[in-house]
Design a protein around this ligand. Sequence first.
Ligand code: FES
Length: 118
Amino acid sequence: MSKLYFNWSEMKNAPTPGEKVCDLSSLSEGQIKEIVFGNNKDAFKIIVFLKEGVVHGYVNKCPHHWLTLQRRSDSTFMMWSEIEVMCGHHSSVFDLTNSGRCTDGVAQEPIYQMFHYS
Ligand code: FES
């Protein structure tokens, strides 16, 4: 799926733009929190990351093969650095504080940013 034509808000079970997705108090500095809307194969998954007072939200899909960023065998996220997450499938790395920019690996495109605010 090309980012050029991707609109996350049109996906099944996606929250409405501007909808509250979690309480700020449920986030921990430097930790990724996954939030799931819907069930089973139609679930829409996002990740939220709090860093230095800024909350970053992304669609939990790697642009390489459109898989969730976690490995299939567990639900943990692999942090590459304090601000970068590594895809558990083919090891592309994304900067969660810089619009999801791909900093290493085969993905070449950023993960899909939904919001960020401070
Ligand atoms: S699915 Fe993420 S790098 Fe391939």
